[in-house]
Ligand binder design. Sequence first.
Ligand code: ADP
Ligand code: MG
Length: 302
Amino acid sequence: MLKVKDLSFRYKKQNILEAISFNVEVGEHFSIIGESGSGKSTLLKLLYGTYDLNEGDIFWKDNEILGPEHNLIIGSEYMKYVSQEFDLMPFITVSENIGAFLSNFYPEEKQERINELLNVVELNKYANIKVKELSGGQKQRVALARAIAKQPEIILLDEPFSHIDNFKKQSLRRSLFKHLKEKNITCIVATHDKDDVLSYSDNMIVLHGAKIMASGAPKELYNNPKGKLIASFFGEFNVINDCIVYAHQLKVVKQSDLKGIVKQSYYKGNYYLIEIDLNGNLVFFDYDETLEKELEICLEIN
Ligand code: ADP
Ligand code: MG
């Protein structure tokens, strides 16, 4: 497994990461979440051996992952990393990029493998297009395919779908994460998108103030979000009587102490998000229909 113990790191004077410890089992899908600037990308780079740690150590199975001071070549066969800025070879085709690190010894098998990977990232139609002619999202898909081409033991993905539009995102996410699970590839994803986490992650950590603020299975953190930061990652929420209450946990009733005035209805497709003024605080809840402004309604926590 991956073992991170007491890791601390700073680029300059200030600690970006401090006393970070966690383990990831073989085949596990693990998410690192946190606000922009919380150190997600830095942590992934450290796991990859890009920098020397100031304190602590990182092991993958029996191999210590060392930074450039002790290790001339960054990265290894068993670990792949897809950065936020995927560096591809622009002047060769999608297929050639994906197959760049595959052996030429068995050309038929190589082609089969490339086809399988084109399927996973849904780029079959673009196989023979030069990478420089692709959009950002398409390039990101090529980078993902290339990273899994040789079946690493562990893959580090930095916001893997950030450049991919909503039309493609859902199916690509399912396809890629299913592929990684099937091949038992350990997967660590830095993300700020709850949809990358909820349906797929076995475990997650939340980075905040250079530390791990919370860790556990997504379900545990969702059901018991310790603090507003974690709740806001998962969705629309309110603080009512010092408790965090998601918008979907509030229900309209005939009579209750939670009485408010409707201010706005936001169309959300299969429901409306209603904003009410509750004793001077704005409270949000989900409802089937739009509600008239200034209507008085009562709410109950489900
Ligand atoms: P995230 O991926 O969560 O947005 P990053 O790991 O990219 O966060 O950045 C964490 C902090 O480290 C930020 O304050 C950022 O400005 C700083 N940082 C990132 N890369 C460098 C660098 N190469 N040199 C100096 N500071 C950096
Ligand atoms: Mg980042």
